[in-house]
Write a protein that binds this ligand. Structure first.
Ligand SMILES: [Zn+2]
Ligand SMILES: [Zn+2]
Length: 229
């Protein structure tokens, strides 16, 4: 099960709380057979501009010689729900191509209403580890083009079975992300397949979740930007 390589759209470099430089992350991802990776460092209003500038600079100037696609992203993390839409919009204006929201994981005190604010916002691309997301929220995600995440990360992954079931009922797209903070967190396609199947997805569903869905997200994220007058 390769189908053109692993795509991982939620990782952290040492610009936030990961331990690796972007170049080492890309090299290690390349060695694991990744086709594409997003770095989505933690941001709130205090550091969005700086993180966006660093990752967009890397996207524009740092990719020569790497054999995989890179997507500059951010993860809006523990920001109050009313700040999600304006910060997501600001991130896109700063050249960030993928906005992830740190959802209502069962293992952290994420403010209730975070999932809802994320799925209502068209500038949000992925709602990460959405915990006990409701069917109504999943339907809003489908309507607004927000993808839901099955997380490979311990703790966040407790509700993957619930998320997979709700996503199927609501017809919303899923992806499998690692939420990498350290090298050992990265996983090849075979391991990601186990996460998808372990969440209860059938083989054809798991294939879509590992291939077509993230491929479409990357294509959308890296499409040429419209010139604003
Ligand atoms: Zn997160
Ligand atoms: Zn994260």
């Amino acid at each position: 099960m390769d189908k053109n390589g692993r795509i991982d759209l939620h990782t952290h470099s040492f610009f936030s709380d990961g331990i690796l430089l972007p170049s080492e992350m890309l090299r290690r991802a390349e060695a694991l057979g990744y086709a594409a990776m997003a770095i989505t460092d933690h941001v709130d209003a205090s550091n969005l501009d700086e993180i966006a500038a660093q990752l967009v600079r890397f996207y524009r100037e740092g990719l020569a010689g790497f054999g995989l696609t890179f997507v500059p992203g951010v993860e809006l993390t523990h920001v109050p729900p009313q700040q999600i839409a304006p910060l997501a919009r600001r991130a896109k204006r700063l050249g960030v191509r993928l906005v992830v929201v740190h959802g209502e994981t069962p293992v952290e005190p994420v403010v209730p209403g975070t999932n809802r604010a994320a799925v209502e916002c068209r500038d949000v691309d992925i709602l990460a580890h959405p915990g006990f997301i409701t069917q109504e929220e999943a339907a809003l995600a489908a309507a607004n083009g927000v993808t839901l995440e099955l997380s490979a990360r311990g703790g966040h992954n407790m509700t993957n079975g619930h998320i997979a079931r709700i996503a199927q009922l609501a017809g919303v797209r899923l992806v499998v992300n690692t939420d990498t903070h350290a090298p050992a967190d990265m996983m090849d396609q075979a391991r990601a397949w186990q996460v998808a199947r372990g969440a209860g997805l059938a083989e054809d569903q798991a294939e879509a979740v590992l291939c077509a869905n993230p491929q479409a997200l990357v294509a959308q994220a890296l499409r040429p930007l419209r010139r604003t007058i």
